[in-house]
Ligand binder design. Structure first.
Ligand SMILES: NC(=O)c1ccc[n+]([C@@H]2O[C@H](COP(=O)([O-])OP(=O)(O)OC[C@H]3O[C@@H](n4cnc5c(N)ncnc54)[C@H](O)[C@@H]3O)[C@@H](O)[C@H]2O)c1
Ligand SMILES: N[C@H](CO)Cc1c[nH]c[nH+]1
Length: 718
């Protein structure tokens, strides 16, 4: 108590090292001063400046979680009727503790898993029926993994608590949870405890719950797949012997989904598909893949504007004189746009600019790796860039500001925006408005592969660019992929951004109407779009009625869309799977690598840190994906076809390149030079070595006393 009093008076507790804060919290806890312990840990977490994954940060988080859990317990015991008189902050305490323990559990902190299971159990007891199931299931999973790992008999208490917590719910649920635990206990050699469980829950009398494996495969598939798969896709699913109802993510299941993706969306990563696609894309417009790759025979390279104008006629039915293909944005007057639309475009542009401006690094990087050896990195804008704004099936002014805003902020001098012309040869006024607002310099009235070729090679009026960004249909994407491999074009691309995709993870607490609305928002983009729903449902939980709700929503909402036909085509290549746990859902999503990932489960934030592959993530029920498409501030040009594994979306960085600089003083060369000489010897590159040796001969190898003192002073001051 004396120590705690001391600490209470010591105002700087929070400023001390994390380890000191941990010891202080222990002392304070022992003296019953939980609030002060909590305050100490919070302050230490805030002020250490350590990364959240640092072991000390994790230890602080774990301790804070424990304190919150104890406080929650105390507040419950203070109330005679906990449920009615519950302290208002009670649920908040648990929520925060859950987040803290999840952090630790992901980082492999030993006690965090236990803490998380306890919190989930507490929350299950307080929550409504649907979230109760989910939390119990999660607590049970953790318990199982702990029991599997170490056969710890003391964990049995939780097992029983979990079972007891389910009593009063439907009989089959109790039975199902108890059955699972029973198996775990037996597998862990805890025979006696297993018998206790049998007796308490009368397991033998009820028999095992129906296992998902017992269900006929046909039923599982039809239950899980909302939109019917074309026969080939369905066969693949089955042949991979995966059972969506069972929810185990076997490698076969993932492979099968990837196969489905390849089958439906022939992405350029599949070389056979690319060729077929390129033939289709370029064959019809006489830009044969080989002729694009051998640039001498590429029509656009050879006949420039004339060829582009011919393709505009052929594919966009637009009549354009070759000299009218490119317009200068600055000298083009502001187009007439409905004031309401202009105001919405302005607001969206402002948000996008704000978010992308913040991405600019204010200071050039400068590091003295050794005294006298200075390395720098300068961000330099790419001088000329080409931005593709799709315009085939929908008019996308939003893509104009999504691409041009970061290019302008990066400082690119030439920003050429290409978009398919209308039949009268004009460009949609909203696109011109957005291009002007965001700072594009030229507009090329061309779409498809021909626009990409014009940007890559340049024409009489279209400047040749060094990088092409922006999404497009399969023709555009195939042309971008091929031209980046063409030496003469010498052009790079942002990423393969093809037909839109969305993966939505949800559970039975999610609003089915919201989930379906989000999925449809991407399905309507084009017949080649793909949307995937991942429903998390614990085993034994009957998700049929929820799936029924989804079906109704899909039908009702789709039938009211103006692009219902396109949407239905996309849905025929889309699917919903059912998995048992959120971890499984995340693992599936990470394998799929969606362009957009929506997480609409209870407590969605907790799963964010598990996301490894995704273009853009939308957290919670009130973050519809279309906000990111238009106006929240993030960029909507994102990698598709699984390329989220290696690419991020468009950002200010997309339009920058980094040039490194170094400067060495004589003392710096004396320090690093011998190391260079040695490595050059190993590589037997004498001229490399000599460039150092020749200088060291002139200035000498020894550091002067002045050099050494200078280095010490620099070291001390830093
Ligand atoms: N990933 C992203 O970030 C993102 C963002 C926005 C849009 N998108 C996607 O972009 C795509 C836009 O496609 P779109 O078709 O509406 O517009 P688009 O501008 O990409 O394609 C239209 C052009 O394709 C060419 N074309 C059409 N048929 C052809 C044929 N048979 N042979 C050769 N060329 C042909 C024409 O030149 C036409 O101008 C959609 O799939 C949408 O989902 C993706
Ligand atoms: N969803 C698209 C990205 O895949 C972007 C977009 C533009 N307009 C509407 N949405």
């Amino acid at each position: 108590r004396e120590a705690a009093d001391c600490l209470g008076r010591f105002d700087a507790v929070g400023y001390a090292t994390p380890r000191f804060a941990l010891v202080a919290a222990r002392v304070l806890q022992a003296a019953g001063r939980l609030s002060l312990a909590e305050f100490t840990l919070r302050r230490a977490r805030r002020e250490t400046g350590l990364s959240p994954s640092h072991p000390d940060s994790l230890a602080l988080a774990e301790r804070l979680g424990e304190i919150l859990l104890i406080q929650h317990g105390q507040s419950l015991s203070r109330c005679s009727q906990p449920r009615t008189n519950a302290f208002k902050g009670e649920e908040v305490l648990l929520q925060e503790a859950e987040l803290l323990f999840r952090e630790g559990r992901t980082a492999g902190q030993p006690k965090s898993a236990e803490g998380l299971a306890q919190v989930l159990l507490q929350r299950a007891q307080a929550g409504d029926a649907s979230s109760r199931q989910l939390r119990l299931r999660q607590a049970e999973d953790i318990l199982r993994s702990l029991l599997d790992g170490q056969k710890a008999p003391e964990l049995l208490r939780w097992a029983l608590n979990i079972c007891r917590a389910t009593v009063g719910q439907s009989h089959s649920t109790t039975n199902c949870v108890a059955q699972h635990l029973h198996r775990v206990l037996l597998a862990g050699g805890l025979q006696q405890e297993a018998s206790g469980l049998e007796e308490e829950f009368n397991l033998a009398a009820d028999g095992p719950p129906p296992t998902p494996e017992a269900m006929p495969e046909e039923e599982c598939c039809s239950e899980a797949l909302l939109a019917s798969w074309p026969k080939r896709g369905r066969r693949r699913w089955r042949s991979a012997s995966c059972n969506p109802r069972q929810g185990r993510l076997t490698p076969g299941m993932v492979t099968c989904c990837q196969a489905a993706r390849r089958f439906f969306l022939p992405g350029p990563k599949d070389s056979g598909a690319l060729e077929a696609l390129a033939d289709q894309a370029c064959g019809e417009c006489k830009l044969q893949p080989s002729s694009v790759t051998r640039s001498s025979s590429c029509p656009v390279r050879a006949r420039k504007n004339k060829a582009v104008a011919e393709y505009a006629k052929q594919f966009d039915r637009a009549t354009l004189a070759p000299e009218d293909l490119v317009i200068d944005v600055a000298s083009t007057p502001w187009p007439k746009v409905d004031p309401k639309v202009a105001a919405a475009l302005d607001t969206a542009y402002d948000n996008v600019r704000r978010f992308h401006e913040a991405q600019k690094k204010k200071q050039p990087l400068r590091v003295e790796t050794m005294p006298g050896v200075e390395c720098r990195r300068m961000a330099v804008p790419i001088e000329a860039v080409g931005l593709y704004v799709p315009g085939g099936t929908a008019v996308l002014p939003s893509t104009a500001y999504m691409l041009a805003t970061p290019a302008k902020l990066a400082g690119c001098k030439e920003i050429v925006l290409a978009t398919p012309p209308r039949e009268d040869g004009s460009v949609v006024p909203e696109v011109v408005y957005a291009a002007k607002r965001a700072g594009a310099t030229k507009i090329l009235k061309a779409g498809g592969a021909q626009a990409i070729a014009a940007l890559a090679f340049g024409t009489e009026t279209c400047p040749k660019v060094h990088k092409i960004t922006g999404p497009g249909n399969q023709y555009v994407t195939a042309a971008k992929m091929m031209l980046q491999a063409n030496e003469e074009a010498s052009v790079s691309i942002d990423m393969p951004a093809g037909p839109s995709e969305q993966l939505c993870i949800f559970d039975m607490t999610s609003d089915a109407a919201f989930v379906v609305a989000d999925l449809l928002s991407q399905a309507e983009h084009g017949p080649d779009s793909q949307v995937v729903g991942v429903l998390v449902a614990s085993p034994g939980v009957d998700f049929r009625s929820y799936v029924g709700k989804l079906r109704v929503e899909f039908e009702e909402q789709t039938s009211k869309l103006n692009r219902a036909e396109i949407t239905k085509q996309a849905l025929s290549k889309s699917f919903v799977i059912v998995v048992e746990t959120l971890e499984a859902a995340l693992s599936f999503s990470n394998s799929y690598g969606p362009e957009h990932l929506c997480i609409q489960t209870a407590n969605p934030e907790a799963y964010l840190e598990g996301v490894v592959n995704a273009g853009s993530v939308f957290v919670g029920p009130y973050a519809p994906e279309s906000c990111g498409d238009y106006a929240s501030g993030t960029n909507h040009c994102l990698p598709t076809s699984g390329y989220a594994r290696q690419y991020g979306g468009v950002s200010t960085d997309t339009y920058l390149k980094y040039i490194t600089v170094q400067k060495l003083t004589p003392a710096g060369l004396k320090r690093v030079g011998p190391c260079v000489e040695t490595i050059a010897d190993v590589e037997e590159l004498e001229a490399h070595r000599n460039a150092v040796t020749i200088r060291l001969k002139k200035i000498g190898r020894e550091l002067s006393l002045f050099d050494k003192l200078g280095a010490m002073c620099t070291f001390c001051s830093s």
